[in-house]
Structures are given as structure tokens and as C-alpha cells.
Design a protein around this ligand. Structure first.
Ligand code: ATP
Length: 230
């Protein structure tokens, strides 16, 4: 699903360069669940931004689902991003002045799906995520856990193959965090490839593999438990 070859990123600094990603080689198989860990400033978000095609200012090779990303122009990259990737953020990033159902509808609108079909898909997802009762509320009327639930639903509504989650449980209480982790497990079982950045060792271990970054380098790759903690 993901093949990174010698990916490097740096910024000019005081006549030299400061390195953010160094010689990153990483393969993630289709359907794999991977955690990325590391101290603050290690490059985790930078790596996720490269994987998510949000950042194009880097060197090296990146193939996403067999497509060489570095050879694409900006329009092609955006189309690839919309087709293949769903994003989940620590602070949900829902649109405050849209109702829950409208937040879910938006990614479908970008894909020019007819209104009737969109309404059916939104209804299906509201049902699957058990948030039908919240559909006419605004994000500010929901708890943090409920907002993240909507954000996960929004991320998967276009059926992307790859889910990128940047600290998806970082802003949540433990029971809500547990609910979101359970949801990630379910999406994994359904075949999604998931890459989550997390500071939580227990949740990191629930993935199949843990990639640890330090100062922009991959410090280690270890096996996770690949299952929900008991
Ligand atoms: N515009 C910039 N100019 C210079 N350095 C930058 C810039 N943006 C990011 N960096 C540096 O890149 C490094 C990696 O940042 P990144 O946000 O990827 O780390 P992180 O591992 O996600 O950290 P955290 O856990 O705190 O979110 C940091 O040292 C940061 O200072």
C-alpha cells in the first residue's frame, strides 16, 4: 500500500539545514495497522503529512497503492488523495457551522455524487455509527468522543483504502478513546490500511507494528499485539 524509499525532508536554518525526516524507508502492506511513535519533534506529523499527500516539499520515492506520487502534478496528487486517503485528526476538524449530516455529506459532494445517492450513503453511515439521533446537531453540541465518531465517519464515507490518524484519541477521556480505538479495529477488520500517530503506548501496541521515530530517523520497528487490549 505504501512504499517509501529514502524519503528526506529538511528546512534551511542559519546557513545550514535542519532535518525533519532522514532516510525513511518504510513499507506498509495493504490492510496493515501501524502505529507511529516518538518524542515530540521526532517527525511523526511530518511523516503523516508526506503519506497523506499534504506536503510535497521532500525528496525521495513514495509509491501509494502502486502510484509513484513523486511523478504527479498537484492536481493528480489531489485526485489521488481524495480517492485513497481518509484523515482523522486529534481535534476532529469538523466544520462548525455544518450539521453532523452535512459534515458527512461534504466529502461526497467533492466527488460529484448525485444528491439522492449521497443522502443514502450518509443515512447508511449515520446508522452504522449509531449517530442517527445526532444528525441535525452542530459539532459544538456534541461531546468530544461523539465529534471524533463523526470525524471517523467522515473519513471513511468515501471508502478510502488508507486511513491516517494523527493522535485520534489524544483529546479524549479514556472511555471515549477506547470507543475510537475499537472503531479503528473494526475498520481494520474490514480491510482498511491504518497508520496512527499516538503517544499512548497501550494503544500503539494494539496495532500490528510500531514504528518509532527519533530526530527524523526510524529508530526501530517492532511487532505490536495487533489486537484490542484485554
Ligand atoms: N517550518 C519549519 N521550519 C523549521 N523546522 C520545522 C518546520 N516545521 C516543522 N519543523 C521541525 O520539524 C521537526 C518535526 O516536527 P513534527 O511536527 O513532525 O514532529 P512530531 O514528532 O509530530 O512532534 P509532536 O509529537 O510534538 O507533534 C520539529 O523539530 C520541528 O521543529
Amino acid at each position: 500500500m505504501i512504499h517509501l524509499e529514502n524519503v528526506e525532508k529538511s528546512f534551511p536554518l542559519a546557513g545550514g539545514r535542519t532535518w525533519v525526516l532522514r532516510n525513511i524507508r518504510l513499507d506498509i502492506a495493504p490492510g496493515e495497522f501501524v502505529s507511529v511513535m516518538g518524542p515530540s519533534g521526532a517527525g511523526k506529523s511530518s511523516l503523516l503529512n508526506v503519506l497523506g499527500l499534504m506536503d510535497h516539499d521532500w525528496q525521495g520515492g513514495y509509491a501509494l497503492d502502486g502510484v509513484a506520487v513523486d511523478a504527479l502534478n498537484p492536481k493528480q496528487r489531489q485526485a489521488l488523495q481524495r480517492e485513497k486517503i481518509g484523515f482523522i485528526f486529534q481535534h476532529y476538524h469538523l466544520i462548525d457551522d455544518l450539521k453532523v449530516w452535512e459534515n458527512l455529506d461534504l466529502p461526497l459532494q467533492y466527488r460529484d455524487i448525485p444528491a439522492k445517492e449521497r443522502a443514502a450513503q450518509v443515512a447508511d453511515l449515520l446508522d452504522r455509527f449509531q449517530i442517527v439521533g445526532k444528525k441535525d446537531l452542530y459539532p459544538s453540541q456534541l461531546s468530544g468522543g461523539q465529534q471524533q465518531l463523526v470525524a471517523v465517519a467522515r473519513a471513511v464515507i468515501t471508502k478510502p483504502k488508507l486511513l491516517l490518524a494523527d493522535e485520534p484519541t489524544g483529546a479524549l477521556h479514556s472511555s471515549q478513546a477506547r470507543m475510537i480505538m475499537d472503531l479503528l479495529h473494526e475498520l481494520h477488520r474490514q480491510g482498511n490500511t491504518i497508520v496512527q500517530v499516538t503517544h499512548n503506548e497501550d494503544y500503539a501496541k494494539e496495532a500490528q507494528r510500531i514504528v518509532r521515530l527519533r530526530d527524523g530517523w526510524i529508530e526501530s520497528e517492532t511487532a505490536g499485539d495487533g489486537k484490542r487490549a484485554a
